[in-house]
Design a protein around this ligand. Structure first.
Ligand code: ADP
Length: 470
């Protein structure tokens, strides 16, 4: 089982270990400093004593008797000839002592007049400090004093140092605990639901993370809004479809019931009702077809599934001038019946697209331009290349669309004037199909319209179809 590492524990141990190491270093360095100080003061003492003895020797003749008389606490006194032979020593017999010429302090004294040295003594835990002075006759007088070694001083100080160390460690433990808690506190206090509110008190290193969380929260909120919008739109769409389907169905079943009950005797009335049934059935068919087209487009937009694309039809080069001509043939009669002049002006242009969708796109635009026109009005359908960009443009001299309605008319079932739309056989889905068919082909739509003057809708497609590439 993996044990998760605690940040506060880690911060605490780091601080504590650093404190303990600092205490130990202090103990070691402190001892070294103390020892060097002691050696220094011993040396100063020795220099003074050596100078005194040297001055006395310069004026004495009976050296040995004089030296025996000299009372030097724990100092060792040695008199050497200029060649390093020991003449006198207050501890050992000079006969037993070898030549001292190679001792650093003796060598220095014979060369420069004075010499110092310190050496670890044979006695464990001791360092001998030596001071030598050359007399005017070339002889050398040397005094030596033992001084506690580093290890001995450390051992002597160990108990008080340890006591101090323990106290320091306890203080360090509390300080480390307090500090580690203080360091962790801003992390524990972070309110991830409101990262922005923490920015002021957070560590600088935490700011990018908090900003990222805040951005992700905003993005999540935005996505939730989109989802909620989509959900609302779907519910509205379902309610609208139900309503739109019910209206012609109710009319159809009402007329059919009247005829079936035999209540309509007049032949002309019967024909009128049959005509109405036919009309409502036609509306129902258009509505179902439009709903199917939109649902296929939706599916193709939201999935990479090849099956969804297949239901729409395959992409192929589409000659737009020919497509517009075919639409002209189909709507010419409708335009004439509405007293609207329909004309086309097309330059040759080929677009790679799904013929059925491109047909639906242009058909709906032209059909709207005729239906929302005025008597003796006109509709002009154009296509071609505009600066190398393929376009289709439908202009009418109709009722126009107010500025604030120009986006809304592309929503499903949105109509500026519901009764006029129904009267003219509209389903409320025409421009929604135009929008999604354009989206499917990567095309853009531009609406230019003035109320009472007319509307021009231009659809621009990405790049002309390059036959050679195909
Ligand atoms: P409909 O089936 O009602 O025509 P559309 O989606 O095709 O539905 O159009 C939505 C609404 O946009 C229409 O009801 C109409 O009010 C308005 N509209 C569309 N085209 C034009 C146009 N060329 N001129 C004026 N209004 C238009």
């Amino acid at each position: 089982m993996s044990t998760r590492q605690s940040l506060s524990h880690r911060v605490f141990s780091t601080i504590f270990v650093v404190a303990i190491i600092a205490i130990l270093l202090f103990m070691i360095a402190g001892t070294a400093y103390l020892q060097s100080n002691l050696i220094e003061s011993t040396r100063r003492e020795l220099i003074e004593e050596t100078d005194v003895v040297a001055a006395a020797l310069e004026q004495t003749t009976g050296d040995k008797a004089f030296l025996d008389e000299v009372d030097l606490d724990d100092s060792r006194l040695t008199l050497l000839s200029s060649d390093g032979t020991v003449l006198y020593d207050n501890v050992e017999d000079p006969e037993d002592m070898g030549n001292h010429a190679d001792r650093p302090e003796i060598r220095a004294a014979s060369l420069y007049g004075t010499g110092s040295a310190e050496r670890s003594s044979t006695t464990v835990g001791e360092t001998m400090v030596y001071e030598a002075v050359r007399l005017s006759d070339g002889r050398i007088i040397r005094l030596a004093k033992p001084q506690e070694s580093y290890v001995a001083i450390f051992a002597r100080l160990l108990v008080p140092l340890l006591a101090l160390g323990v106290v320091a460690a306890i203080v360090a433990w509390f300080a480390a605990r307090r500090e580690s808690r203080a360091i962790i506190a801003p992390l524990l206090l972070v309110d991830l639901d409101h990262p922005k509110d923490n920015l002021e008190h957070a560590y600088a290193e935490m700011v990018p993370m908090l900003e990222r969380i805040e951005n992700q929260r905003q993005e999540l909120k935005r996505q939730m809004r989109v989802l909620a919008d989509n959900d609302r739109m779907r519910r509205e769409f379902t309610a609208n479809i139900t309503h739109e389907l019910k209206t012609p169905l109710t009319a159809i079943s009402g007329y059919a019931e009247l005829i079936a009950s035999g209540m309509v005797e007049d032949e002309a009335d019967k024909q009128e009702f049959a005509h109405r049934i036919h009309m409502e059935a036609g509306r129902l068919t258009s509505l179902v077809n439009d709903i199917l087209t939109l649902s296929n487009l939706d599916e193709a937009e939201h999935s990479d599934d090849a099956g969804a694309l297949e239901t729409l039809g395959s992409r192929e080069p589409v000659d737009m001038a020919r497509l517009i001509d075919s639409i002209y043939q189909r709507l010419e009669g409708v335009a004439a019946a509405s007293d609207v002049t329909l004309s086309t002006s097309c330059d040759p242009v080929v677009i790679e697209g799904v013929p059925r969708l491109l047909d639906g796109l242009v058909y709906n635009l032209v059909s709207n331009a005729i239906r929302y026109n005025r008597p003796r009005g006109s509709v002009e359908v154009g296509c071609g290349l505009d600066g190398g960009v393929p376009f289709v443009r439908v202009s009418d001299t109709g009722i126009g669309i107010a500025k604030d309605e120009q986006d809304k008319v592309f929503e499903r079932f949105y109509r500026v004037d519901k009764s006029r739309s129904k009267m003219r056989g509209g389903t409320g889905l025409g421009l929604a199909i135009v929008k999604h068919a354009a989206l499917f082909h990567g095309a853009s739509i531009k609406v230019e319209s003035e109320l009472g003057e007319g509307t021009t809708i231009t659809v621009r497609f990405p790049g002309p179809f390059d036959g050679a590439a195909a």
